[in-house]
Design a protein around this ligand. Structure first.
Ligand SMILES: Cc1cc2nc3c(=O)[nH]c(=O)nc-3n(C[C@H](O)[C@H](O)[C@H](O)COP(=O)(O)O)c2cc1C
Ligand SMILES: [Mn+2]
Length: 477
């Protein structure tokens, strides 16, 4: 299999797998976003767009790159034949085996092939699709990595934060409160200093996967990406900032974020976000980066990973559920057989489902309480459902069947108020939104058969899958 340590190697790998389609001349304003959405809806191929009207022929955009487990697996160092909960389990085990792979400092690389000096910077030279019809501006950065160095502890961080072009040499970078890039910005702002920033807009797939994951603050995303791809990420020092930038990236912006006051921050958004709505239009919340240099490879490829209306996504499955699964077991909830989410971004999201093999009275409630409070489940959660392990938690209809038939409402539903919410929560009343952040409530749904009288619970009126497979084979229906 091709080496997947940069975007081009990844594309060769997708070609070998027959998982990519090349489209020439699609319209950036009307067609690229809609084609990306349709391809994601049908779990179709990755799309590589080129030949945009008004742009050099070689300037390309790739989207829908990670929509299937088969395509994402090579970038995670996982086998390509796993799906659903099995894939999630393998991912969980991979995460648990993490050992940092330090970067390789190099002196040159393809990213230095072309440069725009400070007075030449013009971000409109790159093809930027209108990803969703009502987006508040051109989002050049969706599948990007925002590279910062914390002024206090010197830690390098890469985070995927949406990047909107404001002017030809200015972008807004929506690092939400608490995100690692934002913490670095707030520290340099408090000291009255600009924060040096570099943004990679097309890079090895493992670097993107690391950048969009909620990794702990002491994990360097480059070192995590190196672990995933099984080799160090080669980096060069950016001439303007001194920050490490991937030597084999496609496009990198370098510059700084001035220590702007909130009231100086421009309008940003709305943007089509992962819950499936245009949310989050804001003024006075989003830091601005002044771009002082642009580097790009010959015929650069920008990675588009726009959030989409569920059940579509830029990811194949709710990968963040693997972290919640680990946290449940670490908190002492035994026999968790799987965790899933139906409306997800990097987190399992507002509809999370857990399956357990019940061991004792209260086991199912324990799972619900921990899931609602654990780091990976608390942020942006809303409904948490626990089911027995005969339910296929990746199948929404089966989950609903379990809720409809096994939940005894009087005992099975609990409400927890004022838990940590996501800024993307569409149902939050405007008057409850505040720059200090917001909270929302949780509904805990116990859809397990009651442990106390499990043996008397009516038996399920279906033959086993194995027996049905056998008779199907025999009778060829
Ligand atoms: C396409 C895409 C867009 C995202 N946009 C944002 C964003 O605008 N703001 C934000 O705070 N997080 C955004 N995220 C989620 C962050 O990437 C994620 O929380 C990540 O953990 C941040 O890195 P950090 O933990 O190092 O701060 C986005 C993720 C993806 C995949
Ligand atoms: Mn981080």
């Amino acid at each position: 299999m091709a080496d997947v340590t940069d975007m081009r190697g990844f594309i060769r790998c997708l070609e070998e797998m027959g998982e990519i389609k090349k489209l020439q001349g699609a319209d950036l304003r009307l067609e690229v976003g809609a084609l990306t959405e349709r391809a994601a809806d049908k779990e179709g191929p990755a799309l590589l767009f080129s030949h945009f009207k008004g742009y050099p022929e070689g300037f390309r955009v790739i989207s829908n790159a990670f929509r299937t487990c088969r395509r994402t697996a090579p970038a995670m160092g996982l086998p390509t034949d796993l799906k659903g909960v099995d894939f999630l389990y393998a991912w969980r085990k991979k995460l648990a085996a993490f050992k940092p792979v330090p970067v390789e400092q190099v002196e040159g690389g393809p990213i230095l092939e072309n440069q725009m000096a400070e007075h030449e910077v013009d971000l409109y030279k790159f093809p930027t699709p209108l990803w969703h019809e009502l987006d508040g501006g051109p989002y050049l950065g969706t599948g990007c990595g925002v590279i910062t160095k914390d002024p206090e502890n010197g830690r390098i961080n890469i985070g995927t934060y949406r990047v909107m072009i404001q002017e030809k040499n200015k972008v807004s970078v929506k690092m939400n409160m608490g995100k690692h890039g934002r913490l670095a910005f707030e520290r340099s702002r408090a000291a009255g200093k600009p924060l040096p920033v570099a943004i990679t807009l097309g890079q090895g797939p493992s670097v993107f996967l690391a950048a969009q994951m909620p990794l702990p603050p002491d994990v360097n995303e480059y070192e995590f990406a190196g672990f995933l791809q099984g080799s160090p990420v080669p980096v060069v020092r950016g001439a303007v900032t001194g920050l490490p930038i991937p030597a084999n990236a496609e496009v990198v912006l370098e510059g700084e974020m001035p220590p702007m006051r909130d009231e100086e921050m421009p309008r940003e958004g709305p943007f089509g976000e992962w819950p499936g709505y245009f949310t989050d239009a804001n003024v006075g919340e989003t830091p601005v980066m002044v771009v002082k240099r642009v580097y790009y490879r010959n015929d650069p490829i920008i990675l588009g990973a726009p959030p989409l209306k569920p059940p579509s996504s830029y990811l194949p499955i709710p990968l963040g559920a693997a972290t919640l699964w680990e946290q449940l077991e670490k908190a002492g909830v035994p026999d968790v057989r799987g965790v899933w989410g139906f409306v997800y971004g990097g987190q399992p999201g507002p509809f999370t489902v857990i399956s357990i093999h019940q061991r004792y009275a209260g086991h199912s409630k324990q799972a619900l309480l921990v899931a609602a409070g654990a780091r990976a489940g608390a942020y942006g959660g809303k409904f948490v459902v626990v089911v027995d392990d005969d339910i296929d938690i990746t199948n929404a209809a089966e989950v609903i069947w379990a809720v409809a038939t096994r939940c005894y409402v009087r005992d099975g539903i609990d409400l927890v108020k004022s838990v940590w919410a996501s800024v993307c929560e569409p149902a939050m009343p405007p008057e409850e939104r505040s720059p200090r952040g917001y909270t929302s409530d949780r509904v805990l749904i116990d859809a397990c058969r009651p442990y106390k009288w499990l043996e008397q619970f009516p038996a399920v009126n279906a033959f086993t899958k194995e027996f049905k497979d056998e008779v199907e084979r025999k009778w060829k229906i």
